[in-house]
Design a protein. Structure first.
Length: 444
């Protein structure tokens, strides 16, 4: 962590600084209030050791100003004149803890370990609060009835037990980020941070800083030192979304992080270590990107230790209404809306629609329909026009329809109401291979 020592005693600053650096932390020092405030405005700190007596000044009077400049700063008050009253006053003014002189290196290490765990807990709480404000954005993938997805989830659970790098492949909206977060929850790192970096969202320079952090003055606009997402994810999981968009110039640095578990902040030569588990996702064909020269082949090999190809929603028709019901329930509860289900025509439209935007599009359609629905169920007029266009009058026995049309409709209905292809084949009294062939020929 970045630590500031505020003490008027040069010997204490040197001794405490050496102990902190030995523990792997970066140290800055200040002998008085004005120097401390200057340091705080220049860069960010996670911890400050604050002496109560700063010459003629009272260190406790500086404490509120330190917290105003950095609300998440953990201030540890130190003094040779300890008393219960002083300790209580320090805690009341926002100190993280209180340390009496003389103190031992083991006490310092224990305190900083508590600070680190507290910061990780705060990050996790913030992460949970963020997910709760996004309706339906984090549906667990385990409720699928699709055999392909069931096998994939079982493999993901096995991968979660290791620290192996995972690569998620698939179209946009297929649930890659949801499965990545679930792997983190299944892993031994579940209590540590899950940190996301969206690779296409920033310019090359800003993305490098977002990942690895930077020193003050490293580039125009770098007014303070920052740690970056790699440091924030220490002991946890770093999720690199749309890794196929990662600029070629940054790829060697990511390769180094994966191979050596080390990195450098922008504008700094000091080598830092990171204990992070990396999960990456992309909708691009990385092998084609390697052939074009826009993605490093050695980086692809390092990312592709364990890979998962998530199927598009159109290839798992049995999950469409199950996912729709989950999203509807979440939205209805969070929005206090009375909508509880789908009409037969709405269900028919949703089952026939190809869902090019996959689960993300499904969620958006459900949210829109929930708002527009006038009753307690979503009906065909509540759905976007491109869905209602898929609904045609179904062939009925005795009507003016061919045998082929009747057969196609019957197979479609059985597939829609079966858990998987094997169950549908058993209902139709067909061999699964024959059913698969008919399904393709009928474009179902």
């Amino acid at each position: 962590m970045n630590v500031l020592i505020i003490d008027d005693d040069g010997g204490i600053r040197q001794t405490l600084g050496t102990a902190l650096e030995t523990l792997g932390h970066r140290v800055e020092t200040a002998a008085n209030r004005s120097a401390a405030e200057k340091k705080m405005r220049a860069e960010s700190f996670e911890v400050a050791f604050l002496d109560i007596r700063l010459g003629a000044e009272n260190g406790l009077d500086l404490l509120p100003e330190l917290l105003r400049l950095s609300p998440r700063l953990a201030v540890i008050v130190i003094t040779a004149y300890s008393s219960i009253e002083t300790a209580v006053t320090a805690i009341q003014r926002g100190a993280f803890d209180y340390l009496s002189k003389p103190f031992k290196p083991a006490q310092i290490a224990q305190l900083l370990e508590r600070v680190a765990k507290t910061r990780q807990l705060e990050t996790r709480i913030s992460d949970l609060e963020g997910r709760l404000t996004k309706p339906g954005s984090d549906t667990e993938p385990g409720g699928t009835s699709d055999p392909k997805m069931q096998r994939l989830i079982e493999m993901a659970k096995k991968a979660a037990a290791s620290d192996a790098t995972v690569l998620m492949l698939g179209e946009s909206g297929t649930g890659k980020s949801v499965l990545a977060r679930q792997i983190h929850r299944w892993s031994a790192r579940a209590q540590e941070p899950f940190v996301t970096v969206s690779c296409p969202s920033l310019s090359r320079d800003l993305l490098e800083s977002e990942l690895f952090g930077h020193m003050k003055g490293a580039f125009t606009g770098a007014v303070a030192t920052t740690w970056g997402k790699v440091a924030a994810a220490d002991r946890g999981t770093l999720f690199l979304d749309e890794i196929g968009e990662l600029p070629l110039e940054i790829q060697p640095k990511l390769l180094r992080l994966l191979q050596e578990r080390e990195y450098e902040r922008v504008g700094e030569s000091k080598i830092r270590m990171a204990d992070v588990r990396v999960i990456a996702a992309t909708n691009r064909n990385l092998k084609e990107a390697v052939a074009r020269g826009t993605f490093r082949e050695d980086l692809l090999y390092r990312l592709d230790v364990v890979s998962f190809q998530l199927p598009p929603l159109r290839e798992r028709p049995g999950d469409i209404m199950a996912l729709a019901a989950i999203h509807l329930q979440q939205l209805a509860v969070r929005s206090a809306l009375p909508v509880k289900g789908f009409s037969e025509k709405a269900q028919q439209a949703m089952e026939r629609y190809p869902w090019p935007g996959n689960i993300r599009e499904l969620r958006n359609v459900i949210e829109r329909a929930t708002i527009l629905a006038s009753g307690d169920e979503i009906d065909l007029p509540d759905l976007p026009s491109m869905l209602s266009e898929t609904v045609t009058e179904s062939p009925v026995l005795g009507g003016a329809y061919s045998i082929e049309e009747i057969e196609a409709e019957h197979i479609r209905q059985v597939l829609a109401h079966s858990k998987n292809l094997q169950q549908a084949a058993a209902t139709l009294k067909l061999d699964p291979t024959t059913l698969l062939r008919k399904r393709k020929s009928l474009n179902l």
